[in-house]
Design a protein around this ligand. Structure first.
Ligand code: A5P
Length: 231
């Protein structure tokens, strides 16, 4: 049976990111299928237990990292991560990202912000000309008064849908709701980033701007394109 071409692409990106992982590092691991391939690659590289400490941005990542033998640690206020690795839902030419498709955006942004370096692993199909084209921007909101937060969001992001879970609204690992919002074609992502941060009820949003230094974009043929910020 042939492997899913997207998995081939994720594995290629993961293998490229593995080159940056060194023994004794403290790393941040985001969430999603591409990052889970990185965990697999780390486990293969150090089958007797990787000499690496990791902070996980989701419960699922935590579980997989534990199984791979990584030492899981917490952000205790003094730990600075050497490197954060995370996936993305969309990546533009300026290395601006939309993240949060899997619902882990708040923890992901905290983990990425705790790291000296942040690199993205993704399939090359995640690269877009315009952020928001064909993908909604996830916005994590407090459950309290969320319809009011949605009303206040409407000037900026007019079409916001409450994400559904298996049994009622989807809940993030932190217990919040997600509004999946259309990012209008004429919106300036940098301005939206700043506006959203000022809005009561908005806890985080999926625009990751000015954070990633590089993206490893895996291809279905097993090759990898590298996108660097500022090139
Ligand atoms: C998790 O909430 C997201 O930010 C993921 O990093 C993103 O959705 C990419 O996930 P995949 O690698 O599964 O596509």
């Amino acid at each position: 049976m042939h492997e899913d071409p997207k998995d081939v692409a994720r594995e290629a990106a993961a293998a490229a990111a593995l080159e940056l992982v060194e023994p004794d590092m403290a790393i941040g691991l985001g969430s999603g299928r591409a990052v889970w391939k990185v965990i697999g690659a780390i486990a293969e590289r150090w089958p007797d237990g990787p000499p690496i400490r990791a902070v996980a941005a989701s419960e699922r990542t935590h579980e997989l990292a534990l199984t791979a033998g990584l030492e899981l640690v917490e952000l205790d206020g003094s730990l600075e991560l050497d490197l954060a690795i995370d996936g993305a839902d969309q990546i533009d030419a300026e290395l601006r990202l939309i993240k949060g498709g899997g619902g882990a955006l708040l923890r992901e942004k905290i983990v990425v912000s705790a790291a000296r370096r942040f690199v993205v692993v993704a399939e090359d199909s995640k690269r877009v000309d315009r952020l928001g084209q064909g993908f909604r921007l996830p916005v994590e909101v407090a459950r309290f008064g969320w319809p009011d937060t949605r009303r206040r969001l409407a000037d900026l992001l007019p079409d916001a849908e409450l994400r559904a879970g298996d049994d009622g609204p989807y809940l993030t690992d932190e217990g919040h709701y997600i509004l999946d919002c259309v990012l209008p074609a004429d919106a300036d992502p940098d301005a939206v980033d700043l506006e959203l941060k000022r809005m009561p009820g908005v806890l985080e949003h999926g625009l990751f701007i000015g954070l990633a230094e590089r993206a490893f974009l895996g291809r279905a043929d097993g090759g990898v394109d590298v996108l660097e910020r500022g090139t």
